[in-house]
Design a protein around this ligand. Structure first.
Ligand SMILES: [Mg+2]
Length: 421
């Protein structure tokens, strides 16, 4: 297939982060590269482990694994037989609904397992009690919560950050884009609120909502998106990086019409133009527009990501670290997309500490996009971090360097949480 020249130029701006082709040199322009070659590269990545845990000489046997709750906050704690400890904060919005899966279908399998076999354990957990039948948020959100605690524990044992565990730290600092959602308000009201948000974080990139969210072409309110798209560009000027997210609002024809407007105002990506599980529709929109199309936040299946990447149905992939089942699975997505020179910009869900997990993940992927999602820091969870202020300095945040997650959650706050079983 041929890729659009303008998309190449767009990628070129991201290419400063190391995205220039490593396995072919000129297919972006007029030359063709075979889809078979792309899938060969992708399948090679899928067959390889993400982490090398062979350096861990002593077994790390899971002695205890608990999920605890205080109000709407969920904490997962793991302790090994030798006393190593790991902790994570879950996606509270989703765990409120699916937390029993933790105790009925995951924890019993994991007790007594050696964490050095983590990737084999993941294969096992998928089959245990036919858990694959729950593949989606019901399985992946509780699993991701456990995986983050396990990675925190391994990081503390190895004295490495989660980013170091998963690869090499390529990005010790991360530039953020300010995400906001004022859908439902008029274009005039929305722009004032977007300005407030952007001023608070000093971000150099902003993402806002267009369309009505899975709304079969309806805008919310009527005419808002067509007014707001030029207004945001006029308000922030040519130097601001602009992203628009339709949350699957359109059919293919309308998605292309709105996409042309985004092109006219030089937008940098267009997220979920059609419903997320309409793969052929997504590919068609991507092929017909020069503005890069982003997506993947709802994706739960590795094979579906394989299809989306191998068929170049997306120009930017956005796995959600919770919804897709943790860092290791998401790293596979990042590596598949890296092989095809497609940038990865993970999606953040939930309040909790989602932004911290995002930062560690982004720190170690060479094909990270230039800006990453930011919805504000969580002030509900008291913690200490000695290696980063975890504030936005002119839109840039430093990734914690300490072991594991790199923060210490206030022990008194943890004590307030009660075990759910
Ligand atoms: Mg989105």
């Amino acid at each position: 297939m041929k890729l659009n020249r303008r998309k190449f130029l767009k990628y070129g701006s991201i290419g400063s982060l190391g995205l220039l082709p490593s396995i072919s040199c000129n297919y972006f322009g007029e030359q063709e590269r075979s889809i078979e070659r792309d899938f060969f590269e992708i399948d090679k990545i899928l067959s390889q482990p993400v982490m090398d845990l062979s350096v861990l000489k002593e077994p790390i046997i899971i002695a205890s694994l608990e999920l605890k709750r205080y109000k709407n906050n969920f904490i997962c704690e793991v302790i090994s037989t030798s006393g190593a400890h790991g902790i994570s904060v879950g996606n509270s919005d989703k765990l409120k609904s699916v937390w029993p899966v933790f105790y009925t279908r995951l924890q019993p399998y994991l007790i007594g397992k050696d964490v050095r076999d983590l990737e084999a354990i993941m294969e096992g957990i998928y089959l245990y009690k036919s858990n694959y039948k729950l593949q989606n948020l019901a399985l992946w959100v509780p699993w991701a919560t456990i995986e983050f605690a396990l990675l925190d524990m391994i990081g503390k044992i190895q004295n490495q950050s989660i980013g170091q565990l998963l690869g090499e730290v390529h990005h010790p600092k991360i530039s953020v884009y300010q995400a906001n959602n004022f859908r439902g308000k008029s274009a005039e009201e929305s722009i004032e609120l977007i300005k407030e948000n952007v001023n608070a974080s000093a971000a150099k990139a902003v993402k806002f909502k267009v369309g009505g969210r899975m709304s079969k072409n309806k805008d919310f309110p009527n005419g808002r998106s067509e007014k707001l798209i030029p207004l945001v560009r006029e308000t922030f000027g040519d130097d601001m990086t602009l992203y628009a997210d339709s949350n699957g609002s359109y059919d293919v024809e309308e998605a292309i019409r709105i996409g042309k407007l985004l092109e006219e105002y030089n937008y940098d990506f267009y997220e979920e133009p059609v419903p997320f599980d309409w793969y052929e529709g997504t590919r068609e929109v991507t092929r017909k527009l020069s503005v890069p199309v982003a997506g993947g936040e709802q994706e739960a299946s590795m094979r579906n990501f394989r299809w989306l990447i191998g068929n170049r149905a997306l120009d930017i992939v956005q796995p959600d670290l919770f919804y897709f089942g943790g860092m290791i699975r998401s790293i596979k997505v990042a590596r598949m997309s890296e092989a095809l020179n497609i940038p990865c910009v993970p999606h953040i869900s939930g309040n909790g500490l989602g932004y911290l997990y995002m930062m560690h993940f982004v720190s170690c992927i060479p094909n990270a996009g230039p800006y990453h999602e930011f919805k504000g820091f969580n002030t509900q969870i008291p913690y200490q971090c000695d290696t980063s202020k975890l504030t936005s300095n002119e839109g840039v945040v430093e990734v914690p360097k300490g072991p594991g997650l790199g923060i210490t959650i206030d022990p008194d706050f943890i004590k307030k949480h009660l075990t759910l079983q």
